[in-house]
Design a protein around this ligand. Sequence first.
Ligand code: ADP
Ligand code: MG
Length: 560
Amino acid sequence: MIKKALEVLQRYFGFTQFRDGQQKVIGSLLQGLDTLAIMPTGAGKSLAYQIPALLFKGTTLVISPLISLMKDQVDALLQYGVPATFINSSLSLNEVRSRIDGVARGKYKLLYIAPERLESESFRGLLESLQVSFLVIDEAHCVSQWGHDFRPSYLHLGPFLKSLPQKPIIGAFTATATEEVQADIVRLLELDKPSIFVTGFDRPNLMFSTFRGENKKEFVLGYTKAHADQPGIIYAATRKEVDNLQSFLAKSGLKVGKYHAGMSDPDRQKTQEDFLFDEITVMVATNAFGMGIDKSNVRYVIHYNMPKNMEAYYQEAGRAGRDGEPGECLLLFSPQDVVLQRFLIEQTVLQPERKMNELKKLQGMVDYCHSPRCLRKTILEYFGEENVQAKCDNCSNCNDEREIVDITLEAQKIFSCIYRMRERFGIGMVADVLKGSRKAKILELRFDELSTYGIMHNVPLQDIKDLINYLVAEGYLQLSTGEYPVVKLQPNAASVLKGDAKVSRKITQKPLRVEREEVSLFEKLRELRREIAIRENLPPYLIFADSTLREMAQICPMDH
Ligand code: ADP
Ligand code: MG
């Protein structure tokens, strides 16, 4: 059977061999098994159902979520000489009628429809009379509210499948691998003892990099100019940011377009085509751009902001290098991104447990940004792949020649602060106390909670927050879930505090920048500390390791 499939692959599509995963999925479908295929963007899911569709009798029904996606797929099939069509709201009534007619006469091997169609009784009647033997659900994660792209219309699928006189073989395809989503797909589509394949998540031709964004705009300008002849996508979080960035890049003479949901349909259509046909090389867009866009020669995908989770990130980044040639995936992140994403999650109407789940996934994204380990390994393990090698030599962490520095002292200070604040505050408050901020809410804290006040006054606030995030990513600290995540100490932080263990970190630039300090602040700090010591009648750094005490004495001598 696979031999036949290979023939079809070569004859119709002109490819010589199957990609990792495709063959297994096709084999399973051809055996008549319900199949759930989880393959990343660009892995070649379409062929994995189009080939069985060509081998099965009759018309295969493909449920697909986006109008543009359907059109692209059908256009591509027609080019290969495969009779296919789609029916959706973009067509005139006459056109719909004539296509339905063609479908009824068995003119097409594949019929693409949007799930909304299933709401129409007459349309369901038509499908029932077709006796569909193979039904494909593309982007099947849309059925799950755990997914990142839930579409209520996908919920019509379950009842529709039940109403069919004979049960078709079902192929569900998605790039999303989380267990919740998988379970939802199996349950809601009532897959019958499905074979589930999670394959080919690795995209070896993609190089992954993360950067803490400081001069993001300049960075992007420099990068796009250096790659001016190569197609690339830049994702930004908001429409406004897309507008700004696009006009900024356009001023420097780059051929750059933009795409977001606030634009009119014709405008979006136009830039999309301009990009596909290389009229413009750079596309600045929100995440509204891209699902199903099969532009194989995208050479880089830059994330101007951190996406909301790894699923979304990998899907978007995966649009680079679909042709198998090298591609770069750069993620620029800043702490504001976390605030924004958190805000967006809180804005959505979701049950509390779902919200919690979204927040947990967001933390996975934050961990990726701060991970000192191989980025590819981090990604693949997130998606459940096992036995991933420790280094890929094709990511910014594996390739970097940065120095490993000892940050035990900084870690001790941070842990002490959290301990003294009795693990009741978030990253911002902890950093403010360490920095010695004069914000009212800080100065209102209890004296004992302030006993580490200002002990990192010469480190920029942002670097302190980064350090805390790093310690979270490394598992010394944990953020509680919930609306206001609180930093908690983990058991290994205690060993560091006691001086039994060391903490190290790879450093990009200079270790820790030292800020010019304000004398007044310094004085105030010293005074405050003295007051605390007197009030509490305690040595202020009770839980500090000796080394820390010594260092602190230098920074801020105590004069009782
Ligand atoms: P997905 O839906 O998984 O994101 P697509 O089905 O759009 O991915 O396929 C991505 C690209 O890979 C397409 O350009 C397709 O033509 C190409 N492709 C798929 N299978 C093969 C193969 N066996 N050999 C070579 N190219 C392939
Ligand atoms: Mg696809």
